[in-house]
Write a protein that binds this ligand. Structure first.
Ligand code: MG
Length: 522
């Protein structure tokens, strides 16, 4: 076991080891990047649709020597003049395993009492998915009220690009379907009109029915007597959790991630959907910005030169206690080969019976314990920083896919330790004043591995200050500049950035989203 793990650890290049027992090798094969599968690809490998690349250009973009920085063509301008740029890795995988998607979507309210309303939630969700995903025709033609939202997403694949390609194609449809389920709250006939600042609570559990039910429920309560009035039952009888509109959007994003993950698992039975991916999405809806993150990509708002983090990375180190708790509760997941405890270094046999520092899921600090035979097992979490791994295999702890991923040469599955649930942060866009240089930056870890938040803020602010504020290309040029700063230049057979530091050898993808356009929209 130890030899097996050692060899796996030394072979790490990216977020996952090169070559797993599941036959999913990073970059192996064509198309979706799957290796060793006879199943067809669900979607062919490609670059983001908004880049507008021809097949030849897609091929040229995969030049690991020149590493050309790609930006959208003039005719493919993104909403809000969003800037975008990307570059392929320096050779760690054949294909660029980052994927991007940017869409403006309209969610239509279903007429109350329509047949579609009687379908199961799953059937309704499937009905809007493209390319044969649907179970039937959409029946929202009579809807009179729409909800528009803007959507930007980055997916960073590992062990193949298949999961990232599928998520880039479909996650926004899952988000739209879940938002449709709560449309009554936003646009129902008896609901308050959508408001940019609205924080009034709603009755979440009544959302699937007509909003009129809310009115009926309220009048029934009135008939029974208001709490506290003479003859009224105790107030706790009426206890009801109030749910804000904002939290309904958060819930829609969270469930969309879960559905996307479940769909990837299901699709694997009939398609070659290789590997897994991190997912970072930003939504603008009703005057608020929602950023959902599962993985180690990052979102920051740069406002007046100041940095406001909009995501937190999920890594073996940041999620140590969650992972250790799961392993403690379900030790069979460790296959009798790993220990859930963490030690400052590998325990050696000669140290059995001696004392060593350790920590478990209950601890953020360290304490001493007497070493036992069981402590000689390989740690569930091992390594530091970017080299930290779960089960000696994967460097991110949240994301989509990876259902077949196992510890090298074993039957120990990694998936139980990975969560597809995003953390969603909300920014009150419409309540804040923004200048033309205030932006939301979304980047995959290829950017953040070599540039700090502050360096990115200084680079973007400095670049935009030298651009005409009316130039619609300024954000694209700023994204291009940022990718250039993270990739660096080829010098002495290595990529170098400022101060002769090593440049990023990973795939790098960056959005620069101007917030002032969000104010205009709402
Ligand atoms: Mg990456």
């Amino acid at each position: 076991m130890l030899t097996r793990v050692k060899s796996a650890v030394t072979n790490f290049m990216g977020g996952v080891m090169a070559g797993g027992s599941n036959g999913e090798h990073p970059g192996a094969g064509g198309g979706g990047g799957g290796g060793g599968s006879d199943l067809p690809l669900k979607y062919p490998y490609g670059r983001a649709e908004f880049l507008g690349l021809s097949p030849d250009e897609v091929e040229c973009s995969a030049d690991h020597i020149a590493r050309p920085i790609l930006i959208p063509k003039e005719t493919r301008r993104l909403p809000w003049s969003t800037g975008y740029a990307e570059v392929i890795n320096a050779g760690k995988s054949t294909l660029n395993e980052d994927q991007a998607c940017c869409e403006v979507l309209v969610v239509k309210r279903r007429p109350a009492g329509s047949c579609a309303y009687n379908q199961t939630a799953t059937a309704r969700r499937r009905s809007s998915l493209p390319n044969g995903e649907g179970s039937g025709q959409r029946d929202d033609a009579d809807c009179s009220e729409n909800l528009t939202f803007h959507y930007w997403a980055l997916f960073d694949g590992h062990a193949g690009s298949g999961a990232a390609v599928v998520a880039a194609r479909l996650l926004h449809h899952h988000v739209a379907m879940h938002l449709q389920e709560v449309m009554e709250v936003f646009c129902g006939p008896d609901a308050a009109p959508p408001t940019c600042l609205g924080e009034e609570p709603v009755n979440h559990h009544l959302a699937p029915t007509s909003q009129r039910a809310l009115t009926r429920a309220a009048s029934l309560r009135g008939a029974a007597g208001a709490p506290g009035s003479p003859g009224a039952p105790p107030a706790r009888f009426f206890s009801e959790k109030k749910v804000s509109r904002e939290s309904l959007v958060v819930g829609a994003i969270e469930n969309a991630f879960k559905d996307m993950d479940a769909q990837i698992e299901k699709d694997k039975a009939v398609y070659n959907v290789s590997g897994g991916c991190t997912a970072l999405v930003a939504l603008c809806l009703l005057g608020k910005l929602y950023v959902g993150n599962a993985g180690d990509s990052r979102a920051v708002i740069i406002r007046a030169g100041e940095v406001l983090p909009m995501s937190a990375e999920f890594t073996p180190e940041s999620e140590r206690q969650r992972l250790q708790f799961l392993a403690y509760m379900q030790p069979h997941l460790l296959g009798n080969e790993f220990t859930h405890l963490e030690f400052p270094r590998r325990v050696q046999r000669k140290e059995v019976g001696k004392r060593m520092l350790y920590r478990d899921f209950t601890m953020s600090g360290w304490a001493y314990k007497t070493i036992e035979d069981d402590d000689l097992k390989f740690p569930l979490i091992y390594g530091e920083g970017k080299k930290a791994r779960v089960l000696a295999t994967i460097g991110v702890t949240r994301g989509l896919g990876d259902h077949n991923l196992k510890v090298h040469d074993s039957n120990i599955y990694i998936k139980p330790f990975l969560s597809c649930c995003p953390e969603v942060k909300v920014y009150p866009l419409a309540q804040c004043e923004h200048g033309a240089d205030d932006v939301l930056v979304l980047g995959t870890d290829g950017l953040w591995d070599v540039l700090s938040n502050q360096e990115v803020a200084e680079a973007v602010t400095g670049f935009l200050a030298n651009c005409d504020t009316d130039d619609p290309h300024r954000y694209t040029m700023a994204a291009q500049d940022l990718v250039m700063r993270a990739r660096g230049v080829l010098k002495d057979r290595g990529w170098r950035i400022s101060n002769d530091r090593l440049g990023s050898g990973d795939d790098i993808s960056v959005y620069i989203i101007p917030l002032v356009h969000g104010n205009k929209q709402n």
